[in-house]
Structures are given as structure tokens and as C-alpha cells.
Design a protein around this ligand. Structure first.
Ligand SMILES: Cc1ncc(COP(=O)(O)O)c(C=O)c1O
Length: 375
């Protein structure tokens, strides 16, 4: 059966999202018992006991559909945003996909950055709409001037990740202010802040308040990264209440499970655990950058829970060598950067072991000439 003839025409050019290799797959493929995962920017520690207990309690009522209002209220208090300005999703990516479905159609376009999150273009193509790419700026970050000049009369959305999925580079408060000030009224700015909690002092503060002052700004965040709940799949959007009303019309009933709601609610209360994950990321980032610097590898520290390193000609050897030893990192082919490897921060012990393996793999192999001379 040629399914491509039967699917909706706008879907024919879509590529499936290729997640990084999972621990389960590498274990199956290699038979290694100990696997270290540095590839999907997850938290390196399991949920706290309080979160695990809340999820167990929710499991006991899994026969009932969930009610999201308690979490919406709690999240609203935490963010100082009325609950009517919030929408929950099956991961923040679900909220982003819903925004594109709601606001982008065939005759419109979406402005993305050249090195923006690689998952975005497929959502736009799915709508039969056009992507207009703005060249990226320093450190693969967004160039707000170029984003603005790429907007035309058919642009319905500018979608940016800050910090970015590729390099962790974040917009500064000035850059974000400029982008919002000069954004035409007919354009929605979707600010994907999956890594917001990891940013440093110069990052824009209180961006969760932006949609209250600017109805054409939407902010998305997630419980997957700093809250350590990637496997639960829960994220949220902050937006104008009217916009949320439209989103809710296209959302499937009960998009977030009872377990995810309970886990996220307990995670919001457990500030010590979030702070622990953020501290692990910040400290680990520094250790990785210092170690890679010492190996003469160009590395971007970024403001998230990972670093991006350019291994040049050694990239393939390092990536595959690490994989063979059970260390999963992320080769950046999806971004057209075959010499770059993105490394999520692990626990201090994991980071130390990874550094040792990288040092081993990068050790110069003696050339024939040197060997002969040495005889
Ligand atoms: C920039 C960015 N946005 C969104 C996501 C998706 O996050 P979620 O797990 O909330 O769907 C990721 C995941 O890595 C990401 O890097």
C-alpha cells in the first residue's frame, strides 16, 4: 500500500522526529550493563521521594479521568499568573504544536531561526505553511534584528527557543525587549523556555509575566528539565486568556494524565529538589567546559543543562568511541553540524567518568614517524 498517496498532502514531506538513542536500546545493542546518558538534556537524578509518592497515590485512582484544575491553580500561584492564562500539555512540545495548529495555516508563514530547535519546522510543514528562516547570530543564538526583518505581511508566528536546544545560548533581556517592542501586532511570539530555570543572571527575568502585558506573546515551559520529569510528559504555556480559550477548543480531552498532574504538583512543592537539579547542571557545565578547554576542544557553555562542543575531525571517533563504552551523547547532524556533539550534564560521578573517557579517546595516537624515531 502506498500510504503517501493517501495521507493529507501537506504531511507528505514530513520527517519523523529522531530522538537520541535510549539507554534501553544501547543496552540491547551492546549488552553493556552500565549505560550513561548525556543526550536528551534530562535531569540526571530520579524524582524525589515526595514526587514518587504522589504519583503512586494517583496511580491508585487511574480508573478515573484526571482533573487539571488543582495544578493550574497551584502553578498560577507559583508564577503569579491567573490560572486562566495557563494551558497544560503532554510536554511543552505538545503546547507548541497546538499553538502552530491554531494559528498557522497554508497561506501563512512562521519565522524561525536557522539554528532554532529542530523539531519546529515539521509543525509548520504539517499545516502546509512556509518556514521563513532568519540567520542565527553569535553562538547559534537568535539574531533579533534578523528575526524582525524576516517577518512579512503573511507571518503569523515567530517561534524561538531561549535558551536554545542546540547551544543553550539565551536571549538577553535587552534583545527580548527589542524583539517584543518591534513585533508587529499581527504576529504571535512563542518563546519556548524549556531551560528557563537554568539561566544566569543576565537572562530576562519574570518572562512568565510577559503574556499578561503583551497579548501576542506566549511563553512555554516544562517539567521535563529542571523539575526532572521528562518521562511523565508534562509542560505548560502562559498566554492571553482569550488565546487559551481557542487552544482549548482544539485540544484533545484530557491531554495530561492523572500521574503527570500529581507528579508535577508535588514537584512544584519540592523546591529543594529543583534547586539540586539546577545546581548539578550549573556545576557540571563548568566542569565540562574546563575539561574540554584543557583538551583544546572549542566548547559553548550556554545557559542550560548541557554544553555544545566542536570536536572537529575527531567528532565521529569520539561519539562512536563513547557509545561503544556505554556513554550516549548527541551528535548534531540534525542541525547540519557533524563535528559538534552536545553533552547533557550528568551527576558529578558521571561527568568525571565521561571526561576520563573523552581524554582517553582524544589522546594522540603516535604516528609511524614518531614510532620509528622513538626506536
Ligand atoms: C528547546 C526545547 N523545547 C521543547 C522541548 C520539549 O520539551 P518537553 O519535554 O516539555 O516536550 C525541548 C526538549 O528537549 C527543548 O530542548
Amino acid at each position: 500500500m502506498d500510504w503517501s498517496q493517501l495521507v493529507v498532502p501537506s504531511l507528505r514531506s514530513l520527517n519523523p522526529y529522531r530522538p537520541g538513542i535510549t539507554e534501553e536500546k544501547l543496552r540491547r545493542d551492546t549488552g553493556l550493563s552500565e549505560i550513561f546518558k548525556f543526550s536528551s538534556n534530562e535531569a540526571p537524578v530520579p524524582p524525589s521521594p515526595a514526587v514518587a509518592a504522589a504519583m503512586r497515590d494517583a496511580l491508585a485512582q487511574a480508573n478515573r479521568y484526571p482533573d487539571a484544575q488543582d495544578l493550574l491553580d497551584k502553578l498560577g500561584q507559583h508564577l503569579r499568573v491567573p490560572a486562566g492564562h495557563l494551558v497544560l500539555g503532554n510536554g511543552s512540545i505538545d503546547v507548541i504544536a497546538s499553538l502552530v495548529r491554531t494559528f498557522v495555516s497554508r497561506e501563512r508563514n512562521v519565522v524561525l531561526s536557522e539554528f532554532g530547535y529542530c523539531a519546529y519546522p515539521e509543525f509548520v510543514k504539517e499545516q502546509g505553511a512556509t518556514v521563513r528562516l532568519a540567520a542565527s547570530g553569535r553562538h547559534f543564538g537568535h539574531d533579533v534584528e534578523r528575526l524582525l526583518t524576516t517577518i512579512d505581511s503573511r507571518t503569523s508566528m515567530v517561534l524561538v527557543d531561549s535558551p536554545t536546544n542546540l547551544s543553550g545560548h539565551a536571549l538577553t533581556a535587552r534583545e527580548l525587549g527589542y524583539l517584543i517592542d518591534y513585533l508587529p501586532d499581527h504576529v504571535l511570539l512563542v518563546l519556548d523556555e524549556a531551560y528557563a530555570e537554568f539561566t544566569d543572571a543576565d537572562a530576562p527575568r519574570e518572562t512568565e509575566q510577559l503574556p499578561l502585558r503583551h497579548p501576542n506573546v506566549v511563553v512555554t515551559r516544562t517539567f521535563s528539565k529542571a523539575y526532572g520529569l521528562a518521562g511523565l510528559r508534562i509542560g505548560y504555556g502562559i498566554a492571553d486568556a482569550g488565546l487559551i480559550g481557542w487552544l482549548n477548543r482544539i485540544r484533545p480531552p484530557f491531554p495530561v494524565s492523572r500521574m503527570a498532574l500529581a507528579g508535577a504538583s508535588a514537584a512544584l512543592d519540592d523546591r529543594a529538589h529543583v534547586e539540586h537539579i539546577v545546581a548539578l547542571a550549573r556545576d557540571g557545565r563548568r566542569v565540562l567546559v574546563d575539561a574540554l578547554d584543557a583538551m583544546n576542544i572549542v566548547v559553548l557553555k550556554g545557559s542550560a543543562n548541557f554544553v555544545l562542543a566542536n570536536f572537529g575531525r575527531a567528532a565521529r571517533r569520539v561519539y562512536e568511541g563513547l557509545l561503544a563504552r556505554g556513554f550516549i551523547t548527541r551528535a548534531m547532524h540534525a542541525y547540519g553540524l557533524p563535528t559538534h556533539i552536545r553533552i547533557s550534564v550528568g551527576t558529578p560521578r558521571e561527568v568525571e567518568q565521561l571526561v576520563t573517557e573523552m581524554q582517553h579517546l582524544l589522546r594522540p595516537t603516535p604516528s609511524v614517524h614518531a614510532t620509528v624515531e622513538g626506536l
